[in-house]
Design a protein around this ligand. Sequence first.
Ligand code: HEM
Length: 424
Amino acid sequence: MNIQAPVKVDKAERMRRAREEAYATPLSQFHPGAPRLFQDDTLWPWFERLRKEEPVHYCTNAPIEPYWSVVKYNDIMHVDTNHGIFSSDSTLGGISIRDVPPGYDYPSFIAMDQPRHSAQRKTVSPMFTPQHLDELAKLIRQRSQTVLDNLPRNETFNFVERVSIELTTQMLATLFDFPWEERRKLTRWSDVSTALPKSGIVASAEERRREMDECYAYMSKLWNERVNSAPRNDLLSLMAHNDATRHMDPDNLMGNIILLIVGGNDTTRNTMTGSVLALNENPEQYDKLRANPELIDSMVPEVIRWQTPLAHMRRTALQDTEIGGKHIKKGDRIVMWYVSGNRDEEMFEKPNDFIIDRPRPRTHLSFGFGIHRCVGMRLAELQLKIVWEEMLKRFDRIEVVGEPKRIYSSFIKGYETLPVRIPG
Ligand code: HEM
C-alpha cells in the first residue's frame, strides 16, 4: 500500500484553505451538497457559516435541482418529526438530495409515507428486538475475534477491507441467511445501488443496471425459496410470512431488500472505520479509552455523532409551510443535514471535538427522529461496542499511517480506504 503524508499535517492545510474559501464565497452561491466537499472533508466551514448566517438556505445554483438546506439541530428535529408536512415518498423525489433518478426507483419503506411505511417497517422489526440482539451478540463476538486474530502485525493494511467490510458483511449474511461463501455479493450490491456515475464504483449506468439485475435475480430466487418454506428468523422470511409484505410487487420487494442491505452495511462499516480514525486524531481520547474500557459505552454514540455516516436525509414539502422563518413552498426539496446538526454549537459543547465521555452522548441526530428513525440502531451500536471490546483486549494500538480515502458522496459519508498498522 502506498503510504502518504501523516494525517494531521495534510488536514490542517486543507482546512485552512477550505475556511478561506467558505468565508469568501457569497451565501447565494453556496452548494453545501457538493460531493467534493465530502470527499475532501472540507465541508465543515461551509456548514459552520450557514449555521451562523443562514441556517435555512435555498440553493439554486447547483448542477442539481434547487434545494433547501436545514442545518441547525432544532430545525432538523422539526422537519424529521412532522411527517404529515414533510414527505419521504419516492414518487415525490425520495430521501436523498437528488430526485430518485430513472432506474433507481425501487420503492422501499424508508421512502414511503403512512400508512404503508409503518405496515412494512413492522414486518422486519422483530429482527432487532433486545432478545434477538442478545442472541446475535455471541455470534458477533466470535466473528470479531476471528477477524481480529487474523490481522497482520507490523504491516500496513486497509482497515476498511480487512475489518469494517468483513464484519458488516458477515452480519448482513446472517440477517438475510444469505449463502455464506457468496456474502461479498451483498457488499458489492450495497456499493453499486447507491453509486454515482463519477464515484469510480461503476463505469457506467449500464454496468450499474446489469449488476442490479443480477442482485434482483439472485434475491428473487432466495425469496421464492423462503415464501414456500416454513417461517425462519431472517429478513426475507420475516417479509415473506407477513401479509403486509408477502404480496409486495417485485419492485417494492427489491426496494426493501436494497434498503436493508445498504442500511445494515455502509453505515456501520463507515462508523467502524471512523472510530479508528477519530481515536488516532485524538490520541488523548485513545489513552483514556485504553485506561478505562468501560468508556466504550459512551464512545460508541459519540463516534456515531462524530462520523454521521448518513450525512443527510431529504424530504419534500406537502404544503406551504415555514422553517426558521423562511417560507417553504409545496413541492420544495428540503435537505436535513444531520452532519451539521450534529455539530450545532447551541446544542453540543465543543461540537467539533471528539470526547468519548461526553455527557448525554445519545442526543445526536445520526439515526434520525420520528417515524423513520433507524430500525437497526441498536444492532449497529452492539456491533461497534463488541468490536472495540475485542480490539482493546488484543491490541495496544491500531495506528493510522496515512490519509483515508473518502467516498465521493454527500449522502453516504465514509471511507474507501484507511491504511493502518498494528505494532507487534
Ligand atoms: C433508517 C442511520 C445502521 C436499517 C435510518 C435513517 C438513518 C439511519 C439516518 C433514516 C432516519 C430518518 O429518515 O429519519 C443509521 C446509522 C447506522 C445505521 C447512522 C449505523 C451507525 C443500520 C443497521 C440497519 C439499518 C445496522 C439494519 C440492518 C435501517 C432501516 C431504515 C433505517 C431499515 C428505515 C427505517 C424506516 O424508514 O422506518 N438509518 N443506520 N440501519 N435504517 Fe439505519
